[in-house]
Ligand binder design. Structure first.
Ligand code: SF4
Ligand code: SF4
Length: 125
C-alpha cells in the first residue's frame, strides 16, 4: 500500500470529494502557523505528494481541534487526513522519538499534566 492509500485507510475519508472551497482553512486556528494550509494539505494527498507533507511544518502545527471537520461541506475531514499523515510520519521515525525517560528534563512547570498524558498516548501509538 502506498502512503496516500495508507492515509485514506487510516483517516477513513476520500480526499477526492474536496471541492477546494477553503472553508477548512478559514476556520483553522493554526492557519498562520501552517506552511501547507488544511485545504492544500488535502490537495497534496490527492496529488500523491506525501514527501512535501513530510517536510512541512503543518502536520505538527495542527491542534486536532477538528473545527475544519465541522465546517467541511463535503465531509472530507481534513483534520483526520492530517492526523493520518502525522501517524505515518511517526511510524517512519520508529524508535527515534522521545522516550518516557527524556520527558522530565523537557518539562515546563506550567504545562498541564492532562496535556502531557494525552500527547504521550497520542504520539506513542
Ligand atoms: S472545507 Fe472540505 S471541501 Fe472545502 S476545501 Fe476544505 S476539505 Fe475541501
Ligand atoms: S483540526 Fe487541525 S487543520 Fe483542522 S481546524 Fe483544527 S488545527 Fe486546523
Amino acid at each position: 500500500m502506498n502512503k496516500v492509500e495508507e492515509i485514506k485507510t487510516i483517516s477513513g475519508v476520500n480526499p477526492l470529494k474536496c471541492m477546494k472551497c477553503g472553508k477548512c482553512s478559514a476556520s483553522c486556528p493554526s492557519f498562520n502557523e501552517m506552511d501547507i494550509k488544511p485545504h492544500q494539505f488535502v490537495t497534496y494527498v490527492i496529488n500523491d505528494d506525501v514527501e512535501a507533507l513530510a517536510n512541512s511544518k503543518s502536520a505538527w502545527k495542527c491542534l486536532s481541534c477538528f473545527a475544519c471537520i465541522e465546517r467541511c461541506p463535503r465531509d472530507v475531514k481534513p483534520g483526520k487526513v492530517i492526523d493520518a499523515a502525522r501517524q505515518i510520519l511517526i511510524r517512519q521515525r520508529g524508535q527515534e522519538g522521545l522516550s518516557a525517560d527524556e520527558i522530565p528534563a523537557l518539562l515546563d512547570e506550567e504545562t498541564p499534566q492532562q496535556l502531557l498524558m494525552s500527547a504521550f498516548r497520542k504520539y506513542r501509538r
